[in-house]
Design a binder for this molecule. Structure first.
Ligand SMILES: NC(=O)c1ccc[n+]([C@@H]2O[C@H](COP(=O)([O-])OP(=O)(O)OC[C@H]3O[C@@H](n4cnc5c(N)ncnc54)[C@H](OP(=O)(O)O)[C@@H]3O)[C@@H](O)[C@H]2O)c1
Length: 272
C-alpha cells in the first residue's frame, strides 16, 4: 500500500524534487522523506559539508540521485543559477523551506538585514516558483510547497518583518493554489507553530522564557505537509495548533490577537 502511494507521488511530483534550505532542520527532513518516496533530489544551502553528509546518507539508503548546490538564496541572480544547474533534469516538486528569521526590536535590526530577510523569504521563493512553475505548466503536472508559519496570520512584535514575509508567502501560495489547481499543479503552504530544529534552538538560546507551546518534530511536520499536498492550499501541522489558530483568528478580536502575540514575544525575549 505504502509502495503504491510512493509510486503515485513519484509519478505526480517526480522525477526530481528541489529542496531550498536543505542542510538542516525541516529541509533535511523533507529531503529524507522525499528520498523515501523515490524522488531524486536537488539540495540547496550554504553549508556544503552538511549537504554532502545528507547526500551520502540518502544515496546509501535509497536508490536515488542527489545533486547539491552550495548557494546563498539571497543572491539576486539565483533564478539563473538554479535553472542553469538543473537545465538537464525535470523538477516536478519545489519545496521552498529556507528562511531568515530575525528576532528583535524593529529599529535595532539593521535595514540591510531586514532587506536580506525579504530576499530569502520572499524574492527567491517567488523567483523559483515562477521559473520552476513555468516548466511544470508545460508538463501539466507538479507541486510547489512554500514554508510559511503560524506567524503569517497576524503581525507580531519583535518579528514584524519575519511575520510579514511569512504572510506574503502564505498569500502567494493561496493565490497560486487557486490559479494552478485546474492546470494539475498542486500548491501548498505550510504554517507550523514551533518546530524543534537547529534554527529554532539557536533562537531559543537567546530566550529568557520558554515557548508557551511544545515544539513539534521536523519529522511530523514534514509528513503532515507532504500528506496535505494536492488536497488543500494551507496546512497547519498539529491539531493543537489548528485549534489555537481558530481561537486566535476567528474568536478573538484581531487587535487582541496582535497584542497577545506581542506579549508572548516580549516575555520570551525579555523586551519592554
Ligand atoms: N523552526 C520553527 O519553529 C518554525 C516555525 C514556523 C515556521 N518555520 C519555517 O520552517 C522553515 C524551516 O525552518 P527551520 O527551523 O528548519 O530553519 P533552520 O533550522 O534555520 O534551517 C533553515 C535552512 O535554510 C537554509 N538557509 C537559510 N538561509 C539561507 C540562505 N541565505 N541561502 C541558502 N540556504 C539558506 C539553511 O542552510 P544553510 O545555513 O546551510 O544555508 C537551512 O538548511 C522556515 O521557512 C521557517 O520560517 C519554522
Amino acid at each position: 500500500m505504502e509502495q503504491l502511494a510512493a509510486t503515485a507521488f513519484r509519478t505526480r511530483y517526480g522525477p526530481w524534487a528541489l529542496v531550498a534550505g536543505a542542510s538542516a532542520g525541516l529541509g533535511a527532513e523533507f529531503a529524507t522523506q522525499l528520498a523515501a518516496k523515490g524522488l531524486n533530489l536537488v539540495l540547496i544551502a550554504r553549508r556544503q559539508q552538511l549537504l554532502d553528509e545528507l547526500s551520502a546518507r540518502l544515496t546509501a539508503t535509497y536508490a536515488i540521485e542527489v545533486r547539491t548546490l552550495q548557494l546563498d538564496l539571497a543572491r539576486e541572480n539565483i533564478g539563473s543559477l538554479v535553472t542553469e544547474a538543473t537545465s538537464d533534469i525535470e523538477i516536478g516538486l519545489l519545496v521552498y523551506n529556507a528562511a531568515v528569521s530575525m528576532v528583535g526590536p524593529y529599529f535595532e535590526i539593521a535595514l540591510q538585514d531586514h532587506l536580506n530577510e525579504i530576499a530569502v523569504n520572499c524574492r527567491t521563493p517567488l523567483t523559483l516558483s515562477y521559473l520552476l512553475g513555468q516548466q511544470m505548466l508545460k508538463r501539466q503536472r507538479g507541486g510547489i510547497i512554500l514554508m510559511s508559519s503560524l506567524s503569517a496570520f497576524q503581525g507580531s512584535a519583535l518579528i514584524s518583518n519575519y511575520a510579514a514575509t511569512k504572510g506574503y508567502i502564505r498569500l502567494l501560495a493561496e493565490g497560486l493554489w487557486e490559479e494552478l489547481r485546474t492546470r494539475d499543479i498542486d500548491v501548498l503552504t505550510c504554517c507550523p507553530s514551533a518546530v524543534s530544529t537547529p534554527g529554532s534552538l539557536a533562537n531559543t538560546s537567546r530566550r529568557s522564557a520558554p515557548t508557551p507551546v511544545s515544539a513539534m518534530s521536523p519529522r511530523a511536520v514534514a509528513a503532515e505537509t507532504l500528506a496535505a499536498l494536492g488536497k488543500q492550499p494551507v496546512v497547519i501541522p498539529g491539531r493543537t495548533y489548528r485549534l489555537a489558530n481558530v481561537l486566535m483568528q476567528r474568536l478573538l478580536p484581531h487587535k487582541m490577537t496582535i497584542r497577545i502575540m506581542g506579549r508572548v514575544m516580549r516575555n520570551m525575549y525579555q523586551q519592554p
